[in-house]
Write a protein that binds this ligand. Structure first.
Ligand SMILES: C[S@@+](CC[C@H](N)C(=O)[O-])C[C@H]1O[C@@H](n2cnc3c(N)ncnc32)[C@H](O)[C@@H]1O
Length: 328
């Protein structure tokens, strides 16, 4: 079976690592962790038949522990901390976990993946990250299937997931975070898609206050760095439209407006330039901010948001005395 999540599983596994795999399913991820040679592997599985299958698989593996139950009940009872936590509980309740599926069976499963979960199910799913905090070692890597659907600031990779059936997405965004100082957060990588996804947050427009100003392209939360700089090489880069579709739509529109690529199909290439030590198109964005003094939304020295900023709101600095300019 193809392992779509290989990159993040590789990041998590090595001989000293203690891993938690939530949802045994086909046993693909557990098997992968085990074969990479981890220190210990703990599996939580809610379905009795799948739990029994996992138990059978684990019989000759002394460093594997299989626990029967719902993760929401089991995690608070664990007396162990982990270096890596992988969570994928997404599947229809009656999933057969056959590896050789007919096209009809394959479509039934894929339709389930595309169906919106109920609000209650989704809220439980999202709470998984909080449940993991007490069982995460410092530096622990957490990956949750569909993580990017509820968390913006995360490391990710886009992988081909061609299921061999037409009409379904051919790639998927796998996200992960790292546990430091009590929080699961992103770690900077020099990855083009990740950079565009998390760092292009503003655009230039005429200001009602003065001349031009910078406006929020997406919602920005208090504490976020508003103008992160590209730390990779200055160069022209390309993304296929099928990959670019995973970016926030406002960011994709902005790239297209700025560099004008033509899209005819998923394979169309979107070209753009990134410049080292610049925030997308801007080398000194803080100098372009109008100020609202102590009412500003961004700290003019650090570039950190000091309050939530809504999409399309003007971003104001908090720098001092603009009247000094008039003295010149
Ligand atoms: C998509 S499969 C997991 C796939 C697995 N990672 C693999 O590579 O084969 C989902 C699994 O999660 C299990 N599951 C669903 N909800 C769960 C819950 N609340 N707690 C524990 N396991 C759950 C399902 O029974 C199923 O075995």
């Amino acid at each position: 079976m193809v392992i779509f999540e290989r990159e993040v599983l590789d990041l998590m596994s090595s001989p000293q690592k203690d891993i938690l795999d939530v949802g045994y399913g086909w046993g693909v991820t557990s098997d992968y962790f085990y074969n990479k040679g981890v220190n210990s592997l703990t599996i939580i599985e809610i379905r009795k038949d799948i739990y029994n299958k996992a138990l059978k698989w684990a019989l000759d593996k002394p460093n594997v522990k299989v626990i029967y139950g719902d993760w929401i009940d089991i995690i608070p009872t664990l007396d162990k901390k982990f270096d890596g936590i992988y969570m994928d509980t997404f599947c229809p309740e009656d999933e057969s976990f056959d590896i050789n599926k007919s096209e009809e069976e394959q479509k039934k499963m894929l339709d389930y993946f595309l169906k919106e979960p109920s609000e209650k199910e989704w809220n439980k799913y999202i709470s998984f990250e909080d449940y993991c905090k007490p069982i995460a070692k410092e530096g622990c890597i957490l990956s949750i299937y569909e993580y990017s659907k509820f968390k913006k600031d995360l490391n990710f990779t886009i992988v081909d997931t061609d299921w061999g059936v037409d009409g379904y997405p051919k790639n998927h965004k796998f996200g992960w975070t790292y546990f430091y100082d009590g929080k699961f957060t992103k770690q900077q990588r020099i990855d083009v898609t990740e950079y565009l996804d998390s760092s292009v947050k503003s655009y230039l427009r005429a200001s009602k206050v003065h001349g031009i100003g910078l406006f929020a392209l997406v919602d920005i939360k208090k504490g976020e760095e508003v103008f992160p700089k590209w730390k990779g090489k200055t160069d022209w880069y390309k993304l296929k439209f099928s990959e670019a579709k995973h970016l926030p739509v406002e960011v994709l529109q902005y790239i297209l407006r700025s560099f004008g690529s033509k899209i005819v199909s998923d394979d169309s290439e979107i070209s753009f330039k990134l410049t080292k030590d610049c925030n997308f198109l801007l080398s000194e964005p803080l100098c372009l901010l109008n100020t609202q003094y102590e009412e500003g939304s961004v700290d003019s020295k650090t570039g950190i948001a000091i309050k939530d900023i809504n999409k399309d709101e003007e971003i104001f600095g908090n720098y001092g005395n603009s009247s000094q300019i008039k003295l010149l």
